[in-house]
Design a protein around this ligand. Sequence first.
Ligand SMILES: NC(=O)c1ccc[n+]([C@@H]2O[C@H](COP(=O)([O-])OP(=O)(O)OC[C@H]3O[C@@H](n4cnc5c(N)ncnc54)[C@H](OP(=O)(O)O)[C@@H]3O)[C@@H](O)[C@H]2O)c1
Length: 271
Amino acid sequence: MKNETKVVLLTGGSSGIGAAAAELMAAAGMTVYAASRRGTAATESAGIIPIRLDVNDEAATVAAIDGIIAKSGRLDAVVVNAGNGIAGAIEDTDDAEARFQFETCFFGALKTIRACLPVFRRQGHGRILTVTSVAAVIPIPYQGLYSSAKSALLMFTESLAIELKGSGIQCGSVLPGDTSTGFTGARRLTAAAEREDSPYHDKFQAYLRKIEHDELEGMPAAKIAKAILRQLQRRRMAMRLTPRIDYKAICLLARILPTKLKLWIIGLLYN
Ligand SMILES: NC(=O)c1ccc[n+]([C@@H]2O[C@H](COP(=O)([O-])OP(=O)(O)OC[C@H]3O[C@@H](n4cnc5c(N)ncnc54)[C@H](OP(=O)(O)O)[C@@H]3O)[C@@H](O)[C@H]2O)c1
């Protein structure tokens, strides 16, 4: 069947949400090329083929996709999941740190998608599923660059959906809320945010303790993996799929509340 997802390229497959998604997709009978810089898979399965790949290396990404076509003869979907975070007040973030945040979460995603598009176009079908975040629709203080990068990726996914109308190529996103993964441990802090003379120091430290707690006590990665699998198996992907009812409600409120009221509530929660 043309619309059936059999062969998938998944970025960020070595840990957290990606590792859980690879496991579920393989259990559903899909062949998953799980890309990451480590090039490892958390689960051993005939359906999971780990690939060592930095999504910021465009030539390597194109070569990896050529390799998938040579081996599997097709590519039905790409799950653009590789990501990382840097935290610090915007005033405490320099250009290099801002660029670091956009490098993998936005430009890495752009490179991955651009490399898949010619294949999808030739086939007349393909699915582009981005893993963004609730932070794409909620401006998160002290993670302003992360929110911006995820918001940019979400907008880009939706712009692309319009451009690809009629091509047989679908686009959609999954927006996770707090999820317990390696993301928390891997998060970088901006250099100025760690300085005791930062005007944000005390508030930032309190914020950091709160979000680290919320993430580590958050949803299991399997919850997000189920949403990813659902997107790949449904006939038409949802444009935005937010797992768990409370996060769905947060995203709905973000759409309908007046902006000032929304920012005031977020400030109460995080600042
Ligand atoms: N955890 C949360 O609360 C949460 C909430 C909302 C959205 N998300 C998003 O969910 C996605 C998955 O994150 P996670 O929570 O599962 O975190 P994670 O456990 O840290 O996994 C991140 C994955 O991305 C890979 N990766 C990072 N940089 C890469 C690069 N340059 N090239 C290739 N792979 C790269 C990592 O593998 P290597 O280190 O081996 O390269 C790893 O497999 C991210 O996009 C994140 O922003 C997470």
